[in-house]
Design a binder for this molecule. Structure first.
Ligand code: URA
Length: 211
């Protein structure tokens, strides 16, 4: 697995405001959107393109266009929804497939509670978006889900990751075409499964449901 941790002062600046407990939901949503667009630039470095010829007012020149089948963006419900617009700004012609996936606490088996993805992902480039890579469980299950349907390469984009989550994903996807793009690699997970220093519960902070 290739891991890319963004090292850019603008990303670190925006993440610092995002982390601040005093940042209200509207500003939080705006920052997630902006961060996603910045991370998408790196994450799409390997997006498949075909060569084309373009006629400018002056000459004919070589160019590229996105290959078919188009890439598919998969936000993981619910917090991944906050990253979707920022991603689509850079890949406006991508398809979007929604995935709600969680672990059964007793059996530890993945439970898919929402699936609006094509059954056949043969040959597709998939971009999974989810803000927090904590234990890695949801991301591992999501990666399995799309590979089982034929996806050939997967890029996962998370705003913040934990070393434990990165190690778990790395161990699981060993040898598969997976790239992980992070805005920050934080220090650790705490006993409640929150990333430290992190930003708290991304879904609650996006949608204002924290009490
Ligand atoms: N999910 C979150 O939203 N935040 C964390 O810190 C860990 C998992």
């Amino acid at each position: 697995m290739r891991v890319h941790i963004a090292d850019h002062p603008l990303i670190t600046h925006k993440l610092s405001v995002l982390r601040d407990v005093a940042t209200p939901s509207p500003v939080f949503r705006q920052l997630v959107d902006e961060l996603m667009t910045l991370l998408a630039y790196e994450a799409t470095r390997d997006v498949r393109v075909d060569k084309i010829q373009v006629t400018t007012p002056v000459a004919v020149t070589d160019g590229v266009k996105l290959s078919h089948p188009r890439p598919i963006v998969v936000p993981i419900l619910r917090a991944g929804l906050g990253m979707l617009d920022g991603m689509m700004k850079l890949l406006p012609t991508a398809q979007v497939g929604f995935l709600g996936i969680k672990r059964n606490e007793e059996t530890l088996q993945p439970v898919v509670y929402a699936n609006r993805l094509p059954d056949d992902l043969t040959g597709r480039q998939v971009y999974i978006i989810d803000p927090m890579l904590a234990t890695g469980g949801t991301l591992i299950d999501s990666i399995n889900f799309v590979f089982e349907r034929g996806a050939t390469d997967v890029t996962a984009i998370c705003l913040i990751g934990s070393p434990e989550g990165v190690a778990a994903v790395e161990q699981h996807v060993h040898g598969k075409a997976v790239k992980l793009v992070l805005g920050s690699l934080d220090e650790k997970l705490n006993e409640k499964g929150y990333i430290v220093p992190g930003l708290g519960d991304a879904g609650d902070r996006l949608y204002g449901t924290v009490d």
